[in-house]
Design a protein around this ligand. Sequence first.
Ligand SMILES: C[S@@+](CC[C@H](N)C(=O)[O-])C[C@H]1O[C@@H](n2cnc3c(N)ncnc32)[C@H](O)[C@@H]1O
Length: 401
Amino acid sequence: MPLHTADLKSRFHALDAFLLGHQNLWRPKPFTHRHLPWEAQHPELSTWLRQRSLEQAEAAHNHPEELDAPAPFNLIAAQSKALSDIDALPRIELDRVSSRMSVDVPGRKWQQIEAFASSLSFQHRPTHWLDWCSGKGHLGRRLAHQGQALTYLEYDPKLVEAGQQLSAKLHITADHVQQDVMAADAQRQLQANHTPIALHACGDLHVRLMQLASDAHCQRMAIAPCCYNRIASDHYQALSTEGQASALELSLDDLGLPLSETVTAGSRVRRQRDTSMARRLAFDLMQRELRGIDDYLPTPSLPSAWLDKPFADYCRDLAELKQLPPPDKQNWTVLETAGWQRLAEVRNLELLRNLYRRPLELWLILDRALYLQQRNYHVRVGTFCDSHLTPRNLLILAERN
Ligand SMILES: C[S@@+](CC[C@H](N)C(=O)[O-])C[C@H]1O[C@@H](n2cnc3c(N)ncnc32)[C@H](O)[C@@H]1O
């Protein structure tokens, strides 16, 4: 069963207790710590994870709960799994549409749209869709048929124009409005007869929708959140009474944890990502020595051309950029190998942290769901597609009581 009104609170409290009680296990990032505080408490698990290869870490990355690792990993994995357990929302039959509708849409995106659309099992049929932060508007176009009105809100003029052209080409009547949804005048775009739909609107954007749509008494809405860390404030501002009463404080870094699950990338992209991280980890070892301070030093993101430089030049240039003394007496081969070794260790140690990815995401989703419930909505939460289509597969359906 998807989570309903009565379950929302109890699940939220269980997740809250789990996350609060285990902060020492999920907060510290292996990438920035040479030794994690929990390793001294759980030496067997630490040694076991540290001796595994990069390939083994990669294989377990998206399903760490299936890993047969020493205690307390297995115990936490079981708790994580139970607390993250959530069913798919019931499916409805969709009107068939012409295959021309999906011509300009990347394959995976279209499948997400079809899944989102067929999970909108509202009690009453919407009469006016409002596609929030719509991009080119593929979702709205998939939904609006048989006399239903359609309005788009999007602030990027190029996307608004591309959307208009697509609607014209497909003979779909829609109102394409260029609107910054964060602007003070966004409220005037919402009316009670609108059914707002938001597929992957980032952090503040979907929170804004929940606030404005509930103020406008919209009868129903559907939101699949993403990028919880794209917010203007420097830490999370809870929305519901329960969230606000929680002692859990979430930094932007913490809010990035649910987003760390990756959809399988091609081997070239993976190799590039790994090289970049192995180099950064090698540089980190070097900078600790150069500075005589055993602490992580943040480095800026670098153009990908930096990866074409020989390893020694990469380290020298980055040292200069960070105004460190020039690294003269380095054995570059040894340092580069140490970077790759550290990468394997970091990725395996991260598997423990990854057990908290879905519980934290569900905590954030339930904070949103409870907020809407407190604003007089009946709320259901469930998945709208399989995680291989998109890891951001949770959907909040709200209908005004
Ligand atoms: C991740 S995309 C999702 C687009 C679309 N819903 C989809 O699933 O394909 C987020 C969209 O929000 C738009 N956006 C970002 N900030 C916005 C703002 N302040 N007001 C309106 N739209 C915004 C972006 O231009 C982008 O099209």
